[in-house]
Write a protein that binds this ligand. Structure first.
Ligand code: HEC
Ligand code: HEC
Ligand code: HEC
Ligand code: HEC
Length: 397
């Protein structure tokens, strides 16, 4: 029965159905965090999970419930180069359509610079802040209230702001670990503490001394939701962003725009290239002498790897292309597709290494590194089910 009620409330929440709920909660907190630059689904292995397109879709549905607030814990990006700046602008663009109540700025987000934070502030509906900085300049204004909750963002638990008396139930956003959230709770007292985590989130909240601790983990794979009823935090649910969730059309447009800009600015051409050593020659050059091996390879998914990126639209995205082509990081390797078709996709030399020396002298040593070669691409983040024995069986030659 209890399970049924849970499932029902999830349905109501996600699809905005107006089934008769006995009474409305006092507040619903919807939260994300630690996106860390993962705007597209990750895993590289079906079913791929996450991405801002689904994330926005789920948040938008959940927000239809009365008394809901949407907050983000921070840690938006992984680095600060041009591509990350484009991501920051894309996140701002998608958040503009969601109107978050509070975006917490983590210490690393602040490295983006004032210009970017200012532009975020310009497009976001609610507050974008961090109590640490504000409490010095504007004592007493380090939280905002939204209905029956007050929301504070902190980057370190020592923030004096937490000791202040705030109206309503306390929601604290911490771009730090569970341990720092617990330290914050020792100052702040009872409330909801949403913390930052690199890894998979716990399925249940942690409750200690009247404080409730929750997280969504990293890489934009989950959206979290919890509600306040009679002073208690309850009804916690994590939505894992699998393919069953529809993409939000505005977020799809924003992500497409991002890829268009990555292409237009030709970031792929700016990937550093090594010089020297044997050169890449392309798979086609191996065909005449290794007819059988070539046939096997041609039928494998490796030969489709670049087309896969063309389908998703990431074929000019430096974050993807390296593992889906031959020799991106060498001057003789892949350059955008028209010029080097026989290096588009994972080819012979992706595993055997650059082939110019072997071509000049087929009897000189030219060994595959076996499993070690696979692991440069089939790493846990991009091929979670990889096992050499099983995978080799599918492509052996
Ligand atoms: C001109 C013909 C020719 C071309 C072109 C050629 N190979 Fe070979 N390859 C050979 C011959 C002959 C051998 C066998 C050498 C031996 O038995 O030691 C060989 C052996 C190999 C081996 C096994 C090496 C070993 O030590 O066991 C690999 C791997 C290989 N080739 C890969 C490639 C790849 C990849 C390409 C394209 C970049 C390629 N070959 C192009 C003729 C060629
Ligand atoms: C340069 C990067 C790279 C290397 C090195 C690499 N792979 Fe792959 N592999 C890929 C990519 C990318 C795909 C996905 C291709 C697609 O679906 O478009 C893939 C797909 C596969 C698949 C198909 C998976 C399926 O479900 O059918 C197998 C099997 C596989 N790789 C085995 C191997 C093995 C074994 C090695 C080492 C001997 C290896 N790969 C080395 C990038 C790589
Ligand atoms: C570290 C190397 C690496 C990077 C970086 C990488 N991929 Fe992959 N990708 C792989 C491998 C390996 C596979 C095959 C995984 C498997 O079958 O186990 C794959 C498979 C895929 C697939 C096929 C999934 C399926 O099963 O249908 C897609 C789509 C894909 N990648 C898209 C991307 C996109 C988009 C990016 C950039 C955001 C990206 N990849 C970055 C290594 C990589
Ligand atoms: C996904 C990685 C991968 C790709 C792509 C790949 N190979 Fe291999 N290849 C291997 C591995 C691993 C071995 C086995 C090495 C061993 O047994 O030590 C091998 C073995 C070979 C051998 C030696 C076979 C023997 O029996 O001695 C030749 C020749 C060869 N590959 C040629 C090619 C050619 C040509 C292509 C492209 C058409 C190609 N390979 C594509 C990984 C790859």
């Amino acid at each position: 029965m209890k399970l049924l009620a849970w499932a029902l409330s999830a349905l109501v929440a996600v699809f905005g159905m107006t089934a008769s709920t006995p009474e409305q909660p006092d507040a619903v907190v919807i939260f994300t965090g630690d996106i860390r630059g993962y705007l597209s689904p990750c895993g590289c292995s079906a079913p791929m999970v996450g991405g801002i397109e689904r994330m926005v879709g789920v948040v938008r549905q959940l927000k239809q419930q009365p008394h809901s607030v949407y907050v983000d814990v921070g840690n938006w990006l992984e680095g600060y180069d041009r591509q990350e700046q484009l991501k920051a602008e894309t996140l701002a663009e998608t958040w503009r359509t969601l109107k978050p109540t509070y975006l917490n700025v983590s210490a690393r987000d602040r490295l983006l610079g004032d210009g970017y934070l200012e532009s975020m502030r310009g497009v976001v509906g609610g507050a974008i802040d961090s109590a640490n900085e504000q409490s010095a300049a504007l004592p007493g204004h380090s939280y905002i209230t939204a209905g029956k909750v007050s929301i504070t963002g902190v980057t370190s638990p020592e923030a004096d702001a937490l000791a202040e008396t705030v109206p309503g139930a306390r929601v604290v956003l911490i771009s730090g670990s569970l341990e720092s959230a617990k330290r914050a709770a020792r100052i702040g007292g009872p409330g909801l503490y949403i913390y930052s985590l690199q890894g998979d989130p716990a399925a249940e909240p942690i409750v200690e001394d009247g404080a409730t601790f929750v997280t969504v983990g990293d890489h934009c794979r989950f959206v979290g939701r919890i509600e306040l009823r009679d002073g208690k935090w309850t009804g916690f649910k994590l939505f894992e962003l699998g393919p069953e969730y529809e993409s939000d059309s505005q977020a799809v447009e924003a992500y497409r725009g991002y890829l268009r800009r990555v292409t237009a600015e030709n970031l792929l051409a700016q990937v550093p290239k090594a010089k020297g050593g044997p050169s890449f020659v392309g798979s086609e050059a191996c065909r005449s002498c290794h007819v059988k091996e070539f046939e096997t390879w041609e039928k494998s998914l490796h030969a489709e790897a670049y087309r896969t990126l063309q389908i998703t639209g990431n074929d000019r995205d430096p974050e993807c292309v390296g593992c889906h082509v031959v020799g991106l990081n060498h001057e003789s390797g892949f350059t955008p597709v028209q010029e080097t078709p026989s290096m588009a996709s994972v080819g012979c030399e992706s595993c055997h290494g650059a082939g110019s020396k072997h071509l000049a002298d087929p009897y000189s040593a030219y060994k595959s590194e076996g499993e070690k070669a696979c692991l440069t691409c089939h790493n846990p983040g991009h091929s979670p089910k990889f096992s050499f024995a099983e995978y080799w069986e599918k492509i052996k030659h």
